[in-house]
Design a protein around this ligand. Structure first.
Ligand SMILES: Nc1ncnc2c1ncn2[C@@H]1O[C@H](COP(=O)(O)OP(=O)(O)OP(=O)(O)O)[C@@H](O)[C@H]1O
Ligand SMILES: [Mg+2]
Length: 312
């Protein structure tokens, strides 16, 4: 990752009302896409104009809000490659106030094709800063693939914050440490303003003892960044993508719909009062301006614990 200066401030200049959030966790199947689809659809239903940017070649966020493959002429791939402006890629979804910059399978190639390209981690940030029409959105929510490759780096570089869905399992904490290191690297190299939006526990089975232990351990590290809303395991949430519908349209009375509706409300509440201050467990910014591309410091909690040392 090359040092490129204070990109985030250039990108967001004059756009105080728009917020860009990457939903990321390099672990597969932790509900990144489910969270993108359902958070975005609920906040748009609450009157916030929202754009989903689908950076995952699996394109599950695209199909999950009812965008048909055949209707996609240009995808976010073309925008990343510089072959189309972002504004031409965006499609309306069937839901009022919800828009999608769709993914396509060609994104698989983008990881390779961009390897030797100039400003390769900045492709999405550049597209956003060059497209004034993006100003119209209240929130831009980016779905990322299950890796910390170039697509996820583009998402983290273009975003103000990262929302982390996590499952309550034994190895989740290791994964969190790795993601945290990547966030620190991005802060040092391309996006000093990046911070953790929050962490959401997904697919929770409240009866499992391990669940409570994992939640307690993560709270030690991320404190109030951990969302109070918890998403239970709910079959209706798993079924909805097969019908190309967010849960609010598939079964609005299900437990899954209720959980994501509460999550959306908590998200909006947190964003209505948010002040951009250094946050629990992620206070280190010094490397950001120094031009020093050395590895990120080990993640430390506010109490001086190292995340790697947190064991169940
Ligand atoms: N709360 C839930 N209850 C039941 N099933 C769920 C829940 N959340 C997600 N799922 C299902 O679990 C699977 C993984 O979810 P999802 O695709 O959202 O994860 P992901 O992190 O985006 O995966 P990937 O890393 O492959 O992109 C999907 O089949 C999804 O429908
Ligand atoms: Mg996904």
């Amino acid at each position: 990752m090359g040092k490129t200066g204070d990109v985030s401030r250039e990108t967001f200049k004059g756009r105080a009302n728009m917020k860009i959030i990457a939903v990321a966790n390099q672990k597969g199947g932790v509900a990144k896409t489910t969270t993108v689809i359902n958070l975005a659809s609920f906040i748009s239903a609450k009157g916030k104009k929202t754009l989903i940017i689908d950076l995952d070649p699996q394109a599950n966020a695209t199909s999950g809000v009812g965008i048909e493959k055949d209707s996609i002429k240009l995808s976010i791939y073309e925008a990343l490659l510089g072959n189309a402006p972002l504004s031409e890629v965006i499609l309306p979804s069937p839901y009022s106030g919800l828009f999608v910059a769709p993914a396509s399978l060609s994104l698989v190639g983008a990881e390779v094709e961009l390897v030797s390209a100039a400003r390769r981690e900045l492709r999405l940030a550049d597209q956003i800063s060059q497209n004034a029409s993006i100003n119209q959105y209240d929130f831009v929510i980016i779905d990322t693939p299950p890796s910390l490759g170039l697509l996820t780096l583009n998402a983290l570089t273009a975003s103000q914050s990262v929302l982390i869905p996590m499952q309550c399992e034994y190895y989740a904490l290791e994964g969190l440490a790795q993601l945290y290191k990547t966030i620190q690297l991005v802060k040092q190299n391309t996006n000093p303003g990046l911070h953790i939006e929050g962490l959401v526990f997904s697919m929770v089975d409240a009866r499992a003892n391990l669940t409570l232990q994992v939640i307690a351990e993560v709270k030690k590290f991320l404190q109030d960044k951990v969302y109070e809303s918890i998403i239970p395991r709910n079959i209706r949430l798993a079924e909805a993508p097969g019908f190309g519908k967010p849960i609010m349209a598939y079964d609005k009375h299900s437990k899954g719909a209720e959980a994501y509706r509460l999550l959306a409300e908590e998200f909006l509440r947190r964003n209505s009062t948010e002040t951009p201050s250094p946050l629990a467990g992620e206070g280190r910014d010094e490397g950001a301006q120094s031009g020093n591309p050395s590895p990120a410091p080990s993640p430390e909690t506010g109490e001086g614990h190292r995340l790697e040392e947190i064991k169940l």
